[in-house]
Write a protein that binds this ligand. Structure first.
Ligand SMILES: [Mg+2]
Length: 345
């Protein structure tokens, strides 16, 4: 782990049982997270070596930063903040069809909090849990103090077949549009946390989806060679479908009645039908949206069954002006979604 001059120094760390300096923080808390990556040298050098890859495999790299007050709430549990930061990146790797291998971390803590041992320990425990779950390791990192809010930036590395990564640009007219899991749950979870949805029966599942995405790490690589285009939905279905539409030069037609809804979402819509728009424009879904030829339907259903992932066909790519259209049950176009998408808190 790099030891920057702008980090809290050993001298600046206040003494006592709940504080320690940066070197100790690295050695005690972060170095063990690198144990499975020999090229990380136990975080004792200036940089790490990435493992060698078999012929035909390529490294994929992505970075995502999460800022308190924007992407999470400052008093969210630190282990969940860590896991969310990591999982957003794993979702991006999955969208490329890549298998995750490891990550680097940059963490900024407000002055006075740099030596908050319990917070940092909990943050690292969250990383450790997900390292075990996803078979990845810490390659390196940095920590700094800031006059601003907490933020965490993770750069994740994965491997993918060099000539077959999933791209946003591969959709073809006539392709089916597919989506994994269910949509809108995390957006409703945030409304629950803000006290705007008051239903005890849905709190756990919706807030769980907001705090802890479930990146489709198995699905992404399984779609390589079958899907024509893919991305992960982080900013809302309509907005992200627009990226595939523009990059591929197709129109994407989504049939609203086909959209996959969770039981919690259905319960909420029953009492407030307006909540349905979160399925279309809510954020933080971290599901995969992909396109494939109609001939691939059986293969895709087999992938869904093998991985135990819900995959739903929600529309069609058309040879029309690039854009996204959402049709209701009567085939009428729903309006007002053009500027839709996730507006951060
Ligand atoms: Mg993404």
């Amino acid at each position: 782990m790099v030891r920057p001059t702008d980090s809290v120094s050993d001298a600046a760390a206040s003494p006592g049982p709940v504080s320690f300096g940066e070197f100790e923080r690295i050695d005690r808390i972060f170095a063990p997270l690198s144990a499975g990556a020999p090229g990380a040298f136990g975080l004792t050098d200036d940089a790490a070596l990435l493992p060698e890859l078999p012929p035909g495999q390529a490294w994929t790299v992505t970075v995502d930063a999460l800022v308190a007050g924007v992407h999470f709430l400052a008093d969210d549990p630190p282990d969940l903040i860590a896991r969310k930061a990591l999982r957003c990146n794993l979702s991006d790797l999955a969208a490329m069809g890549a298998v995750p291998a490891g990550y680097t971390l940059a963490l900024a803590l407000p002055r006075g909090m740099e030596d908050a041992v319990p917070w940092i320990e909990q943050f690292a425990i969250g990383l450790g849990q997900d390292q075990a779950e996803f078979g990845i390791h810490l390659f390196g990192g940095d920590s700094v103090s800031t006059d601003g809010p907490i933020w965490a930036s993770i750069t994740a590395f994965g491997t993918v077949s060099g000539d077959r990564p999933l791209r946003r640009s591969g959709a073809r007219p006539g392709d089916d549009i597919w989506v994994s899991g269910t949509l809108g749950d995390a957006a409703l979870g945030l409304l629950v946390l803000r006290g705007q949805i008051l239903r005890d029966d849905v709190t756990e599942s919706l807030v769980g989806r907001y705090h802890l995405p479930h990146p489709r790490v198995s699905l992404g690589p399984a779609l390589v060679g079958t899907a024509h285009a893919a991305l992960d939905i982080s900013d809302g279905l309509v907005q992200d479908a627009g990226h595939i539409a523009r990059r591929s030069g197709v129109a994407i037609e989504i049939e609203a009645p086909s959209l996959p809804l969770s039981q919690a979402m259905i319960a909420c819509i029953d009492s407030d039908p307006d909540l349905l728009h979160h399925v279309l424009v809510g954020g933080d879904d971290y599901e995969l949206l992909f396109t494939a030829a109609p001939e691939a339907r059986t293969a895709i259903e087999e992938i869904a069954a093998r991985l135990g992932v819900r995959l739903t066909r929600i529309g069609t790519a058309r040879d029309e002006t690039a854009g996204v259209k959402v049709l209701d049950r009567h085939g009428e176009t729903l309006g007002g979604l053009e500027r839709g998408g996730w507006t951060h808190a």
